[in-house]
Ligand binder design. Structure first.
Ligand code: LLP
Length: 422
């Protein structure tokens, strides 16, 4: 469920006409619905009410600190993959004791930062990382909470770019090598083994891969118990898919039911790292048609948002629905909706049946709340767009549009290159 609806032909986000925001902040911009964000968080988190658990929102999906603050206020933690994400989570008020740190390439400075803030656990992805985290913890006089991210080798049946739990992927430690890694960890004095973690991929639309992974993890937990290694947290990662078009992913309550059913006897606190399922359908990207044209009989709608603002269509051929801000009866055309970037891959929709939009008209690119703004870049020196949150009848800018000066911030022309005044 989300709160983007038409009222008398006008697209609203909650009780805010989207046009009103567009006229005030200009286009393009991301618009999120606070009610939808809260609802999605509560539905997910609430679905696990019968077992001890922690919902650690995957910051990579949407890292605006207003959004992180909202989840923190709901009792959520954070799943981070960098020092930058840790900084954001802390700034937003996330309790460090509810932060888990995944990622194959943690740098020493980032490890030190996380150690000094006292995060719940590092999800360790290699033997070498075990040693480095132990060594840094020793140096700082700390004990590092850790889980081993294991790679259960299951096929998540999703896009290859976002599948992570197969043997050939770079993520985690082979499940067959896990016992050896835990034994090693147990001998390292500055590590406190807390958990087992796994994340098999993103935008999963079936339950079976999750359950297959869980089966393998249960076997591992049994073996660890025999080895006398105490596991208190089982982190099952994120990955639950959403409907972009006609996908029918399991509802979070069904996902939770299946997991609780399969694992409720385990004496662990469950950790989840949902990203997309919480924020994906809680945000849209609003853009304006600049020009329309035909080349070789093909229709193009040229809009003011490009692949630097929303890269998912270009990168994954991802489908995002396109909807008008004002709905009225008119003919449709089949067109490519493209941005202003100097690349053929710069498109938001390909060969899509859309209303016969005219220059100056605005449209919404739907389901853009996850991996939208967070993957935005300044390519072609385009300032990154504003982010806005609607809240009932009100709305707030939660990130102002970048300025030209933001574009060159930090850049320096060496004195020898400065143009001399004659
Ligand atoms: N935990 C870990 C360790 C992850 O790597 C990810 C996502 C998540 C949690 C959250 O997964 P989610 O619940 O959002 O599926 N940019 C791609 C998605 C990349 C996902 C990377 N990892 C996209 O736009 O589809």
């Amino acid at each position: 469920m989300h709160h983007f609806n038409y009222v008398k032909g006008e697209l609203y986000c909650e009780e805010v006409p989207v046009r009103e925001v567009a006229e005030a902040v200009g286009t393009p911009f991301y618009l999120y619905s606070r009610r939808t964000l809260t609802h999605h968080f509560r539905v997910f988190d609430g679905a696990f009410a019968s077992v001890p658990h922690l919902t650690c929102f995957a910051v990579k999906a949407n890292s605006n600190i207003a959004i992180l603050a909202l989840f923190a206020a709901e009792g959520g933690g954070a799943d981070i993959v960098s020092g930058g994400e840790l900084f954001r989570a802390l700034k937003a008020g996330v309790d460090p004791a509810k932060i888990v740190y995944s990622g194959v390439g943690k740098k020493v400075e980032e490890i030190d930062y996380a150690l000094s803030e006292g995060i719940l656990m590092f999800n360790i992805e290699s033997f070498q990382e075990l040693e480095v985290v132990n060594e840094r913890a020793a140096r700082l006089g700390k004990k590092a909470g850790i889980a081993l991210r294991v790679n259960p080798d299951v096929d998540p049946e999703t896009h290859p770019y976002i599948s992570t739990g197969l043997k050939e992927n770079k993520f985690g430690v082979d499940i067959d090598a896990a016992i050896e890694a835990y034994s090693r960890a147990a001998r390292l004095k500055n590590l406190d083994i807390r958990g087992v973690s796994c994340h098999i991929g993103s935008q999963l639309t079936k339950l079976s891969p999750f359950l297959d992974a869980l089966d393998r993890l249960k076997i591992l937990l049994g073996r660890l118990e025999m080895e006398g290694i105490d596991i208190r947290y089982l982190d099952l990662g994120g990955g639950l898919g959403i409907t972009y078009r006609d996908e029918e992913p399991p509802h979070p309550s069904r996902y939770a039911e299946a997991i609780v059913d399969a694992a409720q006897e385990l004496p662990v606190t469950f950790v989840f790292e949902p990203g997309r399922v919480i924020v994906g359908n809680a945000g849209i990207l609003v853009t304006k048609v600049l020009y329309t044209k035909q080349n070789e009989g093909k229709n193009f709608l040229i809009v003011d948002a490009g692949m630097n603002d929303l890269v998912r269509p270009s990168l994954y051929k991802a489908y995002h629905a396109i909807q008008p801000l004002t709905r009225r009866r008119r003919r449709t055309i089949v067109a490519d909706v493209v941005g202003p970037i100097c690349e053929s891959g710069d498109y938001l929709a390909k060969e899509r049946e859309v209303p016969d939009f005219q220059p100056g008209e605005m449209l919404a690119v739907m389901s853009a709340g996850a991996y939208g703004f967070t993957m935005a870049s300044n390519y072609n020196s385009r300032p990154r767009v504003a982010e806005v949150m609607a809240d009932g009848k009100e709305w707030f800018v939660i990130r102002r549009r970048e300025t030209m000066n933001d574009l060159v911030r930090g850049e320096v022309v060496p004195r020898s290159l400065k143009k001399k005044k004659e």
